[in-house]
Design a protein around this ligand. Structure first.
Ligand code: B12
Ligand code: SF4
Length: 448
């Protein structure tokens, strides 16, 4: 069979992202089928129409990565774009349409109802291969865990325990798009996050149980990406260091394999071995993005973060001493937030030296998270309500506008205090710098 995988994501904030998910979906397809990838960052609608005529796919897989931009003040919804694309595809092709991806997995019933594909796959796309095998044999795929259709409802599947194969094509058109603009390609070292932060849908997307990719295999993929022209690697793991020994083994495998390009990823500022960031830096780590979220003792507890303020400062110090660029993400406005907790956080944040600080104000409530249950209990939302249109949690003692005023006035225009991380102006600056040959996320340029 002929299969076309489409990434419709053209959102460019903070920069266009390489659709790594589709490499794994492609890797799940049995060898006897032909797979092509169309990345809408790279090809126009005219070229896509030509591809549909020339390749004539029998199945089209659509990656629904983003539902919205998760901005409380300036929300952008992407579902209508997906719906319009599906109607456009249906007008030109008889192919079976299958949706999946991280956004889809967060709200499969709602997105299935909004997009009306033939099938949806909740969770990891590795089950796409099973769906293709079933379609090829004319079998009903309803038995495959996580598959939804109009006749079989959504049921959350167990995490995928089989092989993870990243079928990345060195010479594909879309790889060249990313290698020539900023040079950033993506890499995954494991699936899952074992922590339980109340607002976070990541464990629902990837599961709570870690499935580790053998470090040597990760390093071999990194080498392939480097040889394909990557100038920077972003590790897409929910938290790269949530399994400390594995992250260290990956770093050592990078060194042993001769990875010479810089890389970065998300880290949790948990207690770490003293030499952790030195080992990381020696293997090419350049940028550390800490999911810190708050520096108020009460809020760290309310968010169920797996660390305390002292751990944040220790992790920050050790990353700085290893010469790494360091950023912290903050999330204000959760249960229990007040003017006092905001001030407590901001006072401590002032003590993070030479860091880039991203402030997100307002927490989007996702089904299946702790904050969803809290908001239901508090009567702020009703169970079962459609959350596709974003709803942001409103704390009892302070509203989001007041938090923004407090944060913005404390930021006082300092370039490393980024109060509106989704602004398109900064994305345009990053884009111009990427076109001029700069690589990586570039947020370090704000920190002095
Ligand atoms: C890494 C990451 C980032 C990095 C990306 C860096 C980079 N170089 O790629 C940064 C920080 C830049 C970022 C930015 C944003 N992100 Co982000 N990001 C992630 C994260 C942690 C991992 C994504 C990833 O690459 N995973 C690894 C790959 C292998 O997995 P995958 O793409 O999900 O694909 C798998 C399955 O989903 C499935 N699948 C994928 N496609 C398809 C297609 C079919 C047909 C099928 C069957 C299956 C399938 O199979 C794959 C293999 O199992 C996710 C959360 C998460 N844990 O998933 C959020 C996430 C995707 N991001 C999200 C958002 C919102 C954003 C931003 C819009 C935030 C903002 N306002 O700036 C931007 C958008 C960027 C852009 N241009 O699109 C949301 C999307 C949900 C939503 N509300 O829309 C997520 C889910 C986080 C969240 N809040 O819950 N992000
Ligand atoms: S550590 Fe990060 S990815 Fe894991 S649950 Fe907490 S916020 Fe989510």
């Amino acid at each position: 069979m002929k299969i076309l995988l489409v990434s419709p994501n053209t959102f460019s904030v903070p920069y266009p992202v390489y659709p790594i998910g589709l490499d794994y979906v492609a890797g799940s397809v049995p060898q006897e089928h032909q797979v092509r990838i169309a990345d809408m960052n790279v090809i126009s609608r005219e070229k896509l129409a030509m591809l549909l005529t020339e390749f004539s796919p029998q199945v089209i897989g659509l990656s629904c990565r983003n539902i919205d931009n998760t901005e409380a003040k300036g929300p952008l919804l992407f579902i209508d774009t997906y719906r319009e694309l599906i109607a456009w595809l249906r007008a030109r092709s008889e192919a079976v349409i299958v949706c999946g991806g991280s956004g889809f997995t967060i709200m499969p019933d709602e997105i299935f109802a909004a997009l009306r594909p033939d099938y949806g796959i909740i969770g990891e796309g590795e089950r796409f291969g099973l769906l293709i095998a079933a379609i090829a044999k004319g079998q009903e795929p309803a038995e495959i865990p996580g598959v939804i259709s109009s006749s079989s409802p959504a049921e959350k599947p167990p995490p995928w325990d089989g092989k993870l194969r990243c079928a990345f094509q060195v010479d594909s058109l879309h790889i060249r798009f990313y290698t020539s603009r900023g040079g950033m390609l993506n890499l995954q070292t494991k699936r899952g996050c074992s922590f339980s932060c109340i607002y976070c849908p990541y464990p629902r997307i990837e599961g709570k149980k870690h499935r580790l990719i053998p470090p040597r295999e990760v390093a071999r993929t990194a080498k392939d990406l480097q040889e394909a022209g990557a100038k920077y690697l972003f590790i897409t793991d929910s938290a790269f260091n949530s399994d400390v020994p594995h992250s260290l083994a990956v770093a050592r495998a990078f060194r042993a394999t001769g990875i010479s390009i810089p890389w970065g990823g998300f880290f949790a500022p948990v207690t770490l071995p003293d030499d952790y960031f030195t080992i990381m830096a020696d293997s090419g780590l350049k940028h550390v993005e800490f999911g810190t979220e708050s520096l108020s003792t009460a809020m760290l507890e309310n968010y169920r973060k797996p660390f305390q303020e002292a751990d944040v400062f220790a992790a920050h110090r050790s990353a700085r001493e290893a010469g790494l660029h360091t950023a912290h993400y903050f999330l204000f406005g959760g249960p229990g937030e007040s003017a006092d907790t905001v001030a407590e956080s901001l006072d401590s944040i002032e003590k993070l030296d030479r860091a880039t600080l991203f402030f997100f104000i307002g927490i989007r409530i996702y089904p299946g998270t702790g904050i969803y249950d809290i908001a239901c209990k508090e009567g702020k939302i009703s169970p079962g309500m459609n959350m596709l249109e974003p709803v942001f949690y409103e704390a009892d003692h302070i509203n989001l506008d007041d938090i923004k005023t407090l944060v913005a006035s404390r930021a006082g225009g300092r370039p490393n205090w980024i109060v509106d991380p989704s602004d398109t102006e900064s994305a345009q600056i990053v884009s111009r710098m990427h076109e001029r040959g700069h690589t990586g996320p570039l947020w370090e340029l704000t920190a002095r």
